[in-house]
Design a binder for this molecule. Structure first.
Ligand code: GDP
Ligand code: IMO
Ligand code: MG
Length: 436
């Protein structure tokens, strides 16, 4: 099988890390193609003795936990070098081999001044803030587009690096000092900090587009794993309350150098309910006991920032949108187990905006801000489903929930998560099998 893309269908934290990890042993390469250490993927691996090992990954692709798989940081990623090596060291200390990691020479570097700018800009915005993760993601992508960014390959040419950092700081120091009242940052200290990582990084750096093309030519399988999700995509998300990269399927090509003609499957991860971290519209958000129930039972607290996640019911308008924007061939519904114990499980099927029904995402952002969910109430179930491994073992109402969601989102549900660990999954259709 050629390239397979894996994306989030909602506002992130759908369980992409677990899904990637699940496929890891059957793929040769796992590529992170967008975002940086704003992502937070929790992967839980059951050990032979029954205990559970929990890993929280931010910058490294989730495939790093599978020894047979080569993890790749693609050109579309923004890399914080301090975080990269801290994460590598943390995994090595736990016995995970990271020696296969490959990093694109064209990936951009999150510089110390961009971390600072992310934080001070948010503070400056006050009530109008985005609620970013404060990791410097937005300013680094802005530099990339403004053609003032620093790339991984620049670390191997001191002269070029000095020129670029000086040029960037000439402008940014004015902004830091005159607008934000912060101290100016010295170019030399930034250059020295970055160069301090160069020799350790050097052996990992490759032309990753070429590496991946050659793998595909050999008939190997490449999994392209998104950070963030469809509604956080800078083009197709709830702008400006988005991240600064393309987290949708199109970004998999530009962020990796793999052409669209080689992508055979697009797998989207859809949580059985909806969560969001940070600011921005969220039509099915719950402010009552049900929201608290989802947060508590689903342990909905950010992997990266620890912030409580906003919680709400399943929104199939968003699901349909994700199908369309990404060309989804297969959905994985995660966390179905969290919905156990509810009398009824509402599913949003459409919106109402000022008396008008919307079956598709309103193109106008103001309409989306005012969208009121139209719910269909489905009957709940009380049985513990975490041990179910086939669809037939699920209670009838849980089956009906999945089938109704499948109908509403317009693409097949190929797998269903029923617990955090690797094993807790029901597979209806092989995610890497031939044909959708
Ligand atoms: P990601 O950013 O999309 O990789 O998702 P996160 O790791 O941030 O959040 C998903 C959380 O749900 C993690 O804590 C996972 O361990 C957990 N999880 C994934 N799938 C399931 C599932 O089917 N059931 C339950 N209960 N937890 C799950
Ligand atoms: P994973 O990969 C959930 C959100 C932030 C903020 C907005 C912009 O774990 O699904 P940024 O720091 O990217 O400029 O913040 O995007 N955000 C995420 N929310 N999961 C993520 O990643 C996120 N990455 C960014 O909370 O609202
Ligand atoms: Mg996450």
């Amino acid at each position: 099988m050629p390239a397979v893309v894996l994306v989030g269908a909602q506002w992130g934290d759908e369980g992409k890390g677990k899904a990637t990890d699940l496929l890891g042993s059957r793929v040769h390469y796992v590529v992170k193609f967008n975002g940086g250490n704003n992502a937070g993927h929790t992967v839980v691996i059951e050990q032979p003795d029954g205990s559970r090992e929990k890993y929280a990954l931010h910058l490294l692709p989730s495939g790093i936990l599978t020894p047979t798989c080569t993890p790749v940081i693609g050109n579309g990623v923004v890399v914080d070098l301090e975080v990269l090596f801290r994460e590598i060291d943390g995994l090595n200390a736990r016995g995970v081999d990271t020696s296969k990691l490959v990093v694109s020479a064209n990936a951009h570097i999150i510089t110390p001044y961009n971390r600072t700018l992310d934080k001070v800009t948010e503070r400056f915005l006050g009530a109008r803030k985005i609620g970013t993760t404060g990791r410097g993601i937005g300013p680094t992508y802005a530099d990339k587009m403004s053609r003032t960014g620093i790339r991984v390959q620049d670390l191997f040419d001191r002269h070029i690096l000095e020129q670029k950092v000086e040029a960037a700081l000439r402008f940014k120091n004015q902004v830091l000092a005159k607008i934000y009242n912060r101290r100016a940052i010295g170019a030399a200290e930034v250059v020295e900090e970055l160069l301090g990582y160069a020799e350790r990084l050097r052996p990992m750096v490759r032309d990753t587009s070429l590496v991946l093309q050659e793998a595909l030519d050999r008939g190997e399988t490449v999994l392209l794993e998104a950070g963030q999700a469809t509604l956080l995509d800078v083009d197709f998300g709830t702008y400006p309350f988005v991240t600064s990269s393309n987290a949708t399927a199109g970004g998999a090509c530009t962020g990796s150098g793999i052409p669209p003609t080689r992508v055979q499957r697009v797998i989207a991860i859809l949580k059985a309910y909806t969560t969001r971290v940070g600011e921005g519209p969220f039509p099915t958000e719950l402010f009552d006991d049900n929201g608290e129930f989802l947060r508590k039972v689903g342990t909905e607290y950010g992997t990266t920032t620890g912030r409580p996640r906003r919680c709400g019911w399943m929104d199939t308008v968003i699901g349909r949108y994700a199908t369309r924007i990404n060309g989804v061939t297969d959905f994985v519904i995660t966390k179905l187990d969290v919905l156990t114990g509810l009398d009824t499980v509402p599913v949003c099927v459409a919106y109402e905006v000022d008396g008008v029904r919307f079956d598709e995402m309103p193109v106008n952002q103001s309409d989306f801000h005012h969208a009121k969910p139209i719910y269909e109430d489905l009957p709940g179930w009380w049985e513990d489903i975490s041990g179910c491994r086939t669809f037939a073992e699920l209670p009838a109402n849980a089956q009906a929930y999945v089938l109704r969601v499948e109908e509403l989102i317009g693409a097949r549900v190929s797998a269903i998560g029923v617990g955090p660990s690797r094993e807790a999954i029901i597979v209806r259709h092989d995610l890497l099998g031939e044909g959708a």
